[in-house]
Every structure is written in C-alpha cells, then in structure tokens.
Design a protein around this ligand. Structure first.
Ligand code: SF4
Length: 532
C-alpha cells in the first residue's frame, strides 16, 4: 500500500512532524510505500486546487492521510474538499485536531476515518488490514462514520461514509459515529529511526536556517488547561481504565537512541547549525539530562536548545546543559499574573520562581526564551500589565508572544465558552495565533490587546529598569492614547520604527528589546548584537 501524508502548515512556521516521521518509518519497515507533502510557504508556494489534485494523481497513493493541528483545520477542509471528488481512496485524518474534535471532523463527510492519540502501531495495523482486504472496524484509536448501505468504494468491509459522493448526501444519510478505544501508548524505545528520506529533509534544514528538531521524550506531568496534554491523558485513562501512573505517559527514548539519531543526521545532512529539542519538558528527569549531556558532548559540538519548566530547573541542571553546549533554554511562562496562571491556566508557580529560573540560565552563560500568551478569558488590563512587568523584571533573553487560542476539547475552551468570550466566526477563520485573538472582550480591552500584540517589546522596555525605559514609556503612552483611526494610520509603520530605534540604541550601547527574527518575538540587544 502507498500512503501519501499531507501536513498542512499554511501561514505558519515550518515545523517538523515527529509522529508522521515515525509512522512513515514503521510503514516502510513493514514493506509499505510512503510519500510526504508539507504545505508551507517556507518551502514552496501553496498549491492551487488544480496543482493539489495533480500532485495526488502523480503520487498514486492508496490512502491519503492528513495530519492536522487545529489552526490548520479550515485549510485542511479546503484541501480535502478539492481532492474528494477526484479520488475514491480512503481519506484519513489524525493529529491533535482529530483527537480533540473527532466528531466535528467526521461529520464533514470529507474523511472516511479519523485516528486519535499516538497512532504509530494502530495506523500500521489499519494499513496492513487494508492491504489484506480485512475489516478495519476494530483497529484501536480509529473512528469512522458508519452509514447504512454500500458506498461502492475500494474499501474492505466498508462501514464508513466515504465522501466521494456529494457532501449533502452524507449529511442526509443515516449515520452513526463509531469511536474505538485507543490502544496502549507506543513504547518509544521500540520505535525505529524516523523516516527522514521521505521528508526531503535537506530542504527543510535549509529552509529553517540549519535548525533541526528532535524529541527525546513524549508526555508531560502537568495538565495546563490550554494544552492538549490533559485531553490525551483523560482519553487514555478512560479507554484503558488505568491511572496516570499506570499509563506511563512520560516516556523517553534511550540516550543511545537519541545520540544515534544525532550521528545519523550529522552523517547524512549538511548545514545543521542547531538542534532544538521539542520535548514538552526536556528537564523532567535530572539523571537523564546528566546522562544525555555527557553523551552529547562526545558526538556533537553543535549548540542545542531545550524546553524546561521552572519547577524542574536549577543551577545543577543549568550547569549540565551549559557544559554540553546548550545555547537556549525555553520556558512556558504564559502570563505574569499569578492569579491568571492559578485560576485560569492551572499553572502553579510563583513569579519569584520564574525570575530565579531565568537568572539561573543567565548565570550559566545561556540565553533564555519565554513563551507569553495574552488575551486569556477573564484576563483584565492589570493582568496584561502584570505580564509585561514580569518580563521587564525577569529580563529573559527573548520572549515570543501569541494570542490565546481556546483549543476545542481543552478545559480552557470550556472556560472561554462558559464566559461567553469566543467569537466563533473569527475562530473558524484563524490560521495562526499571532495576528488576532478570537476572544471578544469588549472594545476597550480588544484595543489594548491589539496594541500590545503588535509591538510588545516597547511595552517591556517601558516597564523594565533598562536605560531606555523612559524613551519607550513615552512611546507606549502615545500608543495607548491613540484612538482607532490614529492607530490604523500609525500601526503599519511600527515595525520599521522599532528597527530605527533599535539601531539608534545599539549605536549608543543601550540594552533594549527589539522585534527580531519574526514579528512576534522580542530579543534583548545584548544577544542579537553579539550573534556570530
Ligand atoms: S507544562 Fe507545557 S506541555 Fe505540560 S501541560 Fe503545561 S503547557 Fe502542556
């Protein structure tokens, strides 16, 4: 069987799909054929309808498999509806969006099957059974829309509502959603090396300026309300009738596996400049971090980047990472308001611990990066300024900000719905979390979020003890005083203004944050002026 994986990433940063890369390797090991297509402007222009259909015709897959995150759902529907009338092969969907919105996904009639959770083993079973003409109805993790009658397509023991017919027929047919329980989580130590070949990986490395993503683990011990981890854990606990401990949610590749993968990448690809570990929480196990750091130093001199958590980070961990060549440590801070973190996000940490973790990174000569989100449900003006004040006080190396997005299925979505905050039309259309919020707070707070979200580094400079604080305080006061029409005139020029101010302050030797690398990242000048 040949599977063509489609990974929509329109108007988004180019990312690596670890799940599909493992799945592709497993399929190939079992003798199947795999092709992979990531639709992202960073690689090539997005296809037109004709180009999309023609490429599928050229690939001649037996199964079309979409891997979808929620902000790509609108685009994915467009792609699937372009292809659906032309192909009678099964359309399958997986990824985070299928996990959190499985019924919505199937009810579109665009997809024959949907997979929930970590599906490496289940998807192989599905493809194997298809190849042998066996029923797929009992495959773990699988969901489908069962209709009465024969669809007439090339699918064994078909119970699914294949979308090759007009969608209205599907909506009108008598159908029922079948959702199978998930199977056990895959054991990472038994997964083969990812299939880099099908990903045209050299092109990805070059498009990402030499940054290569890796994962040494899966899972996280926390259950923040806005993250899909608690949805995964609840799904698995319920289906497998087990406790969190029995689930063994946090799993690691062995250090040997990770080091082997690094050796493989360095041996097969050019221009790798930085490894970035996308684990939810790389520093969870101190002993593992130590072992990895010792081993890494022996095989690579390339700097690397990790995700940490302020509750799992101290000087000893910082020292190990720094000695091994870690360049950047990233923390999810999200909000500077302890009240918002505790009551809305289920994140229990103090501002003091955040300041201390960022300081520990700096003490060991590394650069810290924090994630910030604005526009949470029930967040008020002072909460937004608490976030800005915390950044000004903690002085991370960089911060990256987005607007809050209430992922369906998460607790934060429920909180947003119950509070009446969501503008569902806007939510449907959003493809990224940086341009606007899909929550509605009323004109005054919406306007504040728009201003802060446009040029957050000015706000942080203004609320810091940096020598440029007074200058940016005046700028921020001007922005805050603008009405809608003044803002519409001024805002298109803000990024150019930021560049000009940054240049002037750099020439004067004054530390400051400026928008750098992308339009939603603020970076301290001491770092970007000293980059090699
Ligand atoms: S700590 Fe990060 S990865 Fe873990 S649940 Fe919270 S947001 Fe998700």
């Amino acid at each position: 069987m040949k599977v063509l994986f489609i990974y929509p990433s329109a108007d988004s940063q180019l990312g690596f799909n670890y799940g599909v890369a493992h799945m592709a390797a497993i399929l190939k090991r079992a003798g199947h054929e795999v092709a992979f297509w990531q639709l992202c402007e960073d690689i090539e222009p997005l296809p037109t309808e004709t180009q999309f259909v023609e490429r599928i015709v050229r690939e001649r897959p037996d199964v079309l498999a979409f891997s979808v995150v929620t902000n790509q759902w609108a685009y994915t529907q467009r792609l699937a509806s372009w292809a659906r009338p032309h192909f009678s092969i099964p359309f399958v969907i997986g990824g985070v969006h299928a996990l959190v919105s499985i019924e919505e996904v199937l009810k579109t009639g665009l997809f024959d099957y949907a997979f929930r959770g970590e599906c490496e083993n289940a998807f192989l079973e599905f493809i194997d059974r298809m190849q042998h003409g066996e029923s797929v109805r009992t495959v773990p993790n699988l969901a489908y829309l069962e209709t009465s009658g024969n669809c007439g397509l090339r699918i064994p023991d078909c119970g699914a509502a294949h979308g090759a017919g007009p969608q209205s027929e599907i909506r009108n047919s008598k159908s029922e959603i079948r959702i199978n329980p998930v199977g056990p989580l895959p054991e990472l130590t038994r997964l083969p090396l990812k299939d880099y070949e099908s990903m045209d990986f050299q092109r990805m490395i070059d498009a990402k300026d030499g940054w290569v993503g890796l994962m040494a683990s899966r899972g996280c011990p926390f259950s923040c309300t806005y993250c899909f981890n608690h949805v995964m854990v609840e799904t698995y606990k319920q289906d497998l009738q087990c406790s969190f401990k029995e689930l063994n949610y946090i799993r690691r590749f062995t250090v040997e596996q990770v080091i082997e993968e690094i050796r493989y990448l360095l041996g097969h690809y050019r221009n790798i400049r930085t490894f970035i570990f996308d684990d939810d929480l790389f520093t969870f196990d101190k002993a593992y971090v130590k072992e990895f750091c010792r081993a890494y130093r022996k095989v690579a001199e390339i700097p690397f980047v990790v995700n940490a958590h302020v509750g799992f980070f101290d000087d000893e961990c910082a020292a190990d990472l720094a000695r091994a060549g870690c360049k950047i440590v990233k923390f999810g801070v999200e909000s500077g308001s302890e009240k918002v973190r505790r009551t809305i996000l289920n994140r229990h940490m103090s501002n003091e611990s955040i300041v201390e973790a960022i300081a520990a990174v700096a003490r060991h000569g590394m650069h810290s990066s924090v994630f910030i989100i604005i526009g949470f449900p029930h967040e008020g003006r002072e909460d937004v300024f608490d976030t800005i004040r915390l950044l000004g006080r903690a002085r991370p190396g960089r911060f990256r900000w987005t607007y809050f997005f209430p992922f369906p299925g998460t607790k934060s979505h429920q909180i947003s719905v119950q509070g009446g905050f969501i503008d569902f039309d806007r939510m449907q259309q959003l493809q990224n979390f940086t341009d606007q919020s899909c929550l509605e707070f009323g004109a005054e707070h919406n306007f504040l979020l728009k201003k802060v979200g446009r040029i957050m580094p000015w706000f942080v400079n203004a609320f810091s003890d940096l020598p440029v604080a007074d200058f940016y305080r005046n700028k921020v006061d001007e922005l805050l005083a603008m009405d809608e029409s003044e803002w519409e005139r001024a805002s298109p020029a803000l990024l150019d203004e930021d560049k000009a101010y940054s240049q002037r302050h750099s020439e004067q030797g004054l530390s400051h944050y400026a928008v750098k690398y992308n339009r939603f990242m603020g970076v301290i000048s001491d770092y970007f002026l000293n980059e090699r």
